[in-house]
Design a protein around this ligand. Structure first.
Ligand SMILES: [Zn+2]
Length: 253
């Protein structure tokens, strides 16, 4: 495990705040598996604060299909990777957002609070503070399409296609369960289009390559690209992005 700890240490660098997106499968076989990866991350937090998206999007919108399995913890992240699920019990802080929560481990874990329900990615969300503090973004074995901060950049650039992304978040109002509508995120498959404008540092971590970027630069580059062309972060192959292109054309009329 020491090799893994040392490699992560090199990827995280001297940054006070690190946002980590990772696919452990890209690392190759790890002795001790996902639990060893989680232990290595806990080791790393002595030096810095790690921030990890712990989204629970399976809570979005009133259920129309079968009920979720009984006894399942409603705050268990889904689709974020098994290592995120395993890390959750060890977090020092986790924002209270019902669907787009963010977890943190380390001395500055409080950075993920507060997280207003109506602003999952907005100016008062943890993402705005991570840009302000110029967190180090580490994409370990994954590409820019996994970088949640770019959804924040889209939101702050007020791209017209987010209007169609609204979804319902479960809340409690006066002790009664209720739903409120929030601005959501669209497709992220086009995010890697931004890569030629960035110069990410790369660090090898076992079998994977980690892309390392500064949050402020990433945010500024995305904002500039969206200002030039609001289609800058859309992909060329999905229906969602086709609709988004229509939304942009409509907004121009
Ligand atoms: Zn798309």
């Amino acid at each position: 495990m020491q090799a893994l700890v040392a490699a992560l240490d090199a990827a995280f660098g001297a940054a006070e705040l690190v946002v980590l997106h990772a696919a452990t499968s890209a690392l190759g076989p790890i002795e001790g598996g996902v639990d060893a990866f989680v232990s290595a991350l806990r080791e790393a937090r002595r030096e810095r604060t790690l921030v990890v998206p712990t989204f629970t999007m399976h809570h979005a919108d009133p259920p129309s299909g079968p009920e979720p399995p009984r006894g399942a913890d409603p705050r268990t992240p889904a689709g974020m990777g098994r290592w995120v699920e395993r890390l959750v019990p060890f977090l020092d802080a986790r924002s209270s957002h019902p669907t787009e929560s963010v977890g943190a481990l380390g001395p500055h874990a409080a950075i993920v609070m507060p997280h207003p329900v109506d602003e999952p990615m907005g100016p008062r969300s943890p993402w705005a503070r991570l840009v302000e503090r110029d967190a180090r973004i580490v994409l370990l074995g994954v590409g820019l399409e996994r970088c949640s901060l770019l959804h924040h950049a889209e939101r702050m650039a007020e791209v017209p296609y987010l209007d169609g992304s609204a979804y319902l978040v479960p809340v409690e109002m006066d002790g009664e369960p209720s739903w409120i509508e929030v601005v959501g995120n669209r497709c992220s498959e086009g995010f890697p289009r931004l890569l030629p404008r960035l110069a990410p540092e790369t660090v090898r971590v076992l079998g994977a390559e980690a892309l390392v970027l500064g949050a402020r630069t990433l945010f500024d580059v995305a904002r500039a690209a969206l200002r030039e062309d609001p289609r800058a972060l859309l992909c060329s192959s999905c229906l969602d992005c086709m609709v988004a292109r229509d939304d942009i054309a409509q907004a121009r009329r």
